[in-house]
Design a protein around this ligand. Structure first.
Ligand code: ZN
Length: 134
């Protein structure tokens, strides 16, 4: 793992949460992007070498909608940047971690991403990501 790329925070409303996080972090939201396959709208903030990703459900049956229903808004996942996501998934699966995605898929912010199941990571939802064309 190279670094913590971002922390994902589930929110009820990007419209309300973006100004809050802009005030909190004292930096503007630099990107908003939808990921249709995940039913999510995202907003990104740069914080030093890492980012904050806000996640709003864009359809009622999306994973974020279910998370909000169960837990309310707040911390959702940690994303680690890796140099080779395919190799890293293979390594983690061999080490006994349960993968949500067997192979990487397209995520927000020009990334290939995959999630590990929190059942196998002490309750922490872990995302691996690799910059495309990097
Ligand atoms: Zn993420």
């Amino acid at each position: 793992m190279k670094r913590i790329e971002h922390l994902g925070i589930a929110v009820e409303s990007l419209e309300k949460s973006i100004p809050l996080f802009e005030a909190l972090l004292n930096t503007p939201c630099y990107k908003k992007e939808g990921v249709a396959s995940e039913g999510v709208q995202t907003a990104f903030f740069q914080v030093g070498e890492s980012k904050i990703e806000l996640l709003e459900a864009s359809k009622p049956d999306s994973p974020i909608a279910k998370f909000l229903e169960k837990n309310g808004p707040g911390f959702h996942h940690v994303a680690f940047e890796v140099a080779d996501i395919d190799a890293e998934l293979e390594r983690l699966e061999k080490a006994g971690f349960q993968l949500i995605h067997q192979s990487p898929k397209d995520g927000a912010d020009n990334k290939r991403i995959a999630f590990l199941h929190p059942k196998s990571t002490n309750g922490l939802l872990v995302e691996l990501c690799q910059e495309k064309n990097a």
